[in-house]
Unconditional design. Structure first.
Length: 78
C-alpha cells in the first residue's frame, strides 16, 4: 500500500500542517502558509480543514473578510 504525504493529497495531514503554521508548532508562525494548507485540505474534503478555512474567511485572517464564503465552508464542514 502506497502512503500519501502532504503534497500528494492527504487532507488530514494538510489540515494538521496548517495548524502547525497557525500556532508556530515546530516552525515559525505564518498565517499565510496556514491559510494555503487549509485551502488544500478543505478542497480535498476534510471537514476540519473546511472549518478552519471558514474561520479564516469569517474573521478575515490573512484574507478579505467574506461571511458568505465562511458560511459556505461552515456548512460543508458540518
Amino acid at each position: 500500500m502506497k502512503r500519501k504525504y502532504f503534497s500528494e493529497g492527504n487532507t488530514d495531514g494538510q489540515n494538521k500542517l496548517g495548524y502547525c503554521y497557525l500556532l508556530g508548532i515546530g516552525t515559525t508562525k505564518e498565517d499565510r502558509k496556514a491559510f494555503r494548507w487549509y485551502i488544500k485540505s478543505a478542497e480535498g474534503g476534510n471537514s476540519g480543514g473546511q472549518y478552519s478555512l471558514a474561520n479564516y474567511y469569517f474573521y478575515g485572517i490573512d484574507t478579505t473578510k467574506d461571511e458568505k464564503k465562511a458560511v459556505r465552508w461552515y456548512l460543508k464542514s458540518s
